[in-house]
Design a protein around this ligand. Structure first.
Ligand code: AQP
Length: 334
C-alpha cells in the first residue's frame, strides 16, 4: 500500500479552498492508502501567529479534519511540532537545496509581497521544511491543491540531489495528487487570486465555520461580470470569476464544469448564486455541526494528536536517523 502524506497550516479557519482542494481528497484516499495527516504548525509560524490563537487554531483545524472524515484510528493525525524529525531533516535539506531554487518559488514572492526584506527566513525556506515533512516518511503520494505543485517539484529536486550527493537511492520521488474541478479555488473578490485563510478580506473566502447566512451573503456579494453564464466551458475563457463559481459548484455537486453549464447556461448570476449558496449550505452545515461537537471535547482532540505524534515519530525517526548517518553524523547510540 502506498504511503500518503499531506499537511495543512493552522494559520486561521480552514477555507472552502482548503476543503475542496485538499481535505476532501484526503478522506477519499484513506480507503486504499496508508495516510499520514499533519497540522503543520511549524509552517504556520513563518508568519507571526499570536500564541493563544495558534493553539486554538490548531485545535480547530484538527476538529475540522476529524469532522470532514479524517480517520485517526486507521491512519495518523498529529501536529508537526510534536515530531522533532521534521526539523532535523529540514536542516539537512536547507543544506541540499540551492538558493536559486528557492528564489523561483512563486508562493514566497506572493506572501512576502513588496516587503521581501522583512519576510521571515522561515518563510523563505518553507519549501525545504515541506520536503522534509514528506520525505521523513518516505511518502510517495501527496494530495495538495494546485498552488502547491511547485513546492512538490522542489521536494523531488531535493530528493534527487540528496541521493546524488551521497551516492544512494534513499529518498523516493513523490507523485503530486492534484484532484478535482476545484483544485484551485479563487478569491470571491478577485478571480485571479487564490482563496486564502489569511487574506485580509473576510469577503474573499468561505470559512468552513461560516453559517448559512454568512455563506449566502458572501456568495451574493461575490464579484461577477454582467454577462449571463455561457452554454459551454469555452465561454468561461477570460471570465475568471464566472469560472471560479462554476468550478466551486461542480466540485460541491461532484460533477464537472460542462454539466453545471448545461443546467445554468444562459441564466443570470442571480439565479446561479442562489443555487450555489443553497448547495454550499447543504454540504457544509453537517461538517460545521460536527466540528463544533469535536471542539466541545478539546481533551479528546489533544489525545488524538498526541497518540498520532507517537505513531508518526515511530515511522519518521528511524528514516531521519538513517539520513543523518548517510550525511556522516555520529548520532546517538539508541
Ligand atoms: N484556494 C485554494 N484552492 C485549492 N486548494 C487550496 N489549498 C489552499 N488554498 C487553496 C490547499 O490546502 C492545503 C493546505 O494549505 P495550507 O494551509 O498548508 O497552506 P496554503 O496553501 O498557504 O493555504 P492558505 O489557505 O492560503 O493559507 P495561508 O493563508 O495561511 O497561506 C494545501 O494542499 C493547499 O494546496
Amino acid at each position: 500500500m502506498q504511503r500518503v502524506f499531506s499537511g495543512i497550516q493552522p494559520s486561521g479557519i480552514p477555507t472552502l479552498g482548503n476543503y475542496l482542494g485538499a481535505i476532501r481528497n484526503w478522506v477519499g484516499l484513506q480507503s486504499d492508502h496508508e495516510c499520514i495527516w499533519c497540522v503543520v504548525d511549524l509552517h504556520a509560524i513563518t508568519v507571526f501567529q499570536d500564541p493563544k490563537a495558534l493553539r486554538q487554531q490548531t485545535l480547530e483545524m484538527a476538529a475540522t479534519l476529524l469532522a470532514c472524515g479524517v480517520d485517526p484510528q486507521n491512519h495518523i493525525l498529529f501536529a508537526q511540532s510534536s515530531v522533532r524529525s521534521h526539523v532535523q531533516l529540514a536542516w539537512i535539506f536547507n543544506c541540499v537545496a540551492r538558493i536559486g531554487w528557492l528564489n523561483r518559488m512563486t508562493q514566497f514572492k506572493d506572501k512576502a509581497g513588496k516587503d521581501r526584506e522583512n519576510a521571515s527566513a522561515g518563510l523563505y525556506v518553507y519549501p525545504n521544511l515541506m520536503a522534509a515533512d514528506i520525505h521523513a516518511y518516505h511518502a510517495t503520494r501527496v494530495p495538495v491543491g494546485d498552488d502547491q505543485r511547485q513546492h512538490l517539484e522542489l521536494a523531488n529536486d531535493i530528493a534527487k540531489k540528496f541521493n546524488f550527493d551521497y551516492g544512494v537511492e534513499f529518498f523516493p520521488q513523490i507523485e503530486p495528487l492534484i484532484l478535482g474541478p476545484a483544485a484551485r479555488v479563487m478569491s470571491l473578490r478577485d478571480g485571479t487570486k487564490k482563496m486564502s485563510k489569511s487574506d485580509p478580506s473576510e469577503q474573499s473566502r468561505i470559512n468552513m465555520n461560516d453559517d448559512g447566512d454568512a455563506i449566502a451573503l458572501k456568495i451574493r456579494r461575490a464579484k461577477t461580470d454582467p454577462e449571463p453564464l455561457p452554454d459551454a466551458v469555452a465561454g468561461l475563457e477570460g471570465r475568471p470569476e464566472a469560472r471560479n463559481l462554476v468550478g466551486i459548484y461542480a466540485a460541491l455537486a461532484e460533477t464537472d464544469h460542462a454539466s453545471v453549464l448545461q443546467d445554468f447556461g444562459g441564466k443570470g448570476f442571480g439565479t446561479f448564486k442562489e443555487a450555489l449558496a443553497e448547495l454550499m449550505v447543504e454540504k457544509l452545515a453537517p461538517i460545521n455541526n460536527e466540528t463544533r461537537r469535536w471542539l466541545d471535547d478539546e481533551g479528546s482532540i489533544v489525545r488524538i494528536l498526541q497518540a498520532g505524534a507517537e505513531r508518526a515519530a515511530a515511522i519518521a525517526d528511524p528514516i531521519v536517523a538513517e539520513a543523518e548517518r548517510l550525511v556522516g553524523f555520529i548520532g546517538l547510540q539508541r
